[in-house]
Design a binder for this molecule. Structure first.
Ligand code: B1M
Length: 207
């Protein structure tokens, strides 16, 4: 079994200690931090997602795997952030109201930081008014909204409506979100994954 397969298995079995050790080992072997995320950590979490969907595992197991995935992300995060120290702009990022999913959002934050943005992560279950407050306080160029539930996507629209009078661009993403939905609710950009979020942010600050 390859190191990345072992890492995926450790995410699936929820062994945070093993995921941390394997992530450190992968870095010591000279692997790119982004490959560790894309080829080791995310595939494991994808399998967890499929099993959760098929009712083969339940919320506690998913949480244990999520914690294991975070243990790996914490190992690679400093290296991603060190990759580029230029400040390309400020991005306020949060998961919308009613939604507690933060793994994808955290990845997006890490990738943006790694690409040279100042990221203000305002957390999960963020009400539209809290996004507005963060915009007033931090004057970002971009606001990033994440949603993982079809029931909370509506809060992207509510947030965008409130932000219309502010000079910020809004980027949206998350598993149920599509390009079409992003256009319908008036978002300036849609990103399907964390790497594309960096591309879209670069386009938004250049426009
Ligand atoms: Co939840 N959950 N969950 N869950 N959970 C999903 C999303 C679900 C699809 C599982 C399923 O049924 N198949 C389903 C949603 C169904 C739907 O709405 N259509 C679901 C459900 C139903 C629920 C609960 C309602 C379950 C319950 O209690 N009965 C509940 C809701 C809680 C709430 O939020 N109010 C719930 C709870 C949980 C846990 C707490 C157990 C846990 C979250 C832990 C945490 O985040 N700290 C959890 C998890 C882990 C999942 C799955 C298994 C994995 C999500 C994940 O982290 N994926 C998920 C199933 C799945 O997606 N396969 C599921 C890995 C992550 C890297 O990907 O988040 O998609 P993702 O992020 C990607 C892209 O989407 C994108 O980039 C990221 C990196 O590439 N992206 C952006 C994300 N945000 C972006 C923002 C951007 C740009 C790109 O710009 C700003």
């Amino acid at each position: 079994m390859s190191l990345f397969q072992e890492m995926s298995e450790a995410v699936i079995s929820g062994s945070a200690k093993k995921v941390k050790e394997l992530s450190e080992q992968a870095l010591a072997q000279g692997n790119d931090p982004q490959n560790i995320i894309n080829d080791g950590l995310i595939p494991g979490m994808n399998i967890v997602g499929a099993r959760f969907k098929a009712n083969e595992i339940y919320v506690p197991e998913v949480l244990i795997s999520a914690r294991a995935m975070h243990a790996g992300l914490n190992v690679v995060k400093p290296l991603l952030s060190a990759a580029d120290t230029t400040n390309k702009g400020t991005v306020v990022v949060g998961t919308v109201k009613g939604d507690l999913h933060d793994i994808g959002k955290n990845l997006v934050c890490m990738m943006l930081e790694g690409a040279g943005y100042k990221v203000i992560d305002i957390g999960i279950d963020v009400a539209p008014e809290q996004f507005v407050k963060a915009v007033e306080e931090n004057k970002p160029q971009i606001v990033g909204l994440s949603a993982l539930l079809t029931t909370t996507m509506i809060n992207m629209r509510n947030t965008i409506d409130l932000l219309k009078s502010y000079p910020v661009k809004v980027m949206v993403g998350g598993a149920p979100v599509t390009e079409k939905y992003a256009q319908e609710i008036g978002a300036h950009a849609y990103a399907a994954d964390a790497a594309s979020a960096v591309d879209r942010a670069n386009e938004l600050v250049a426009s």
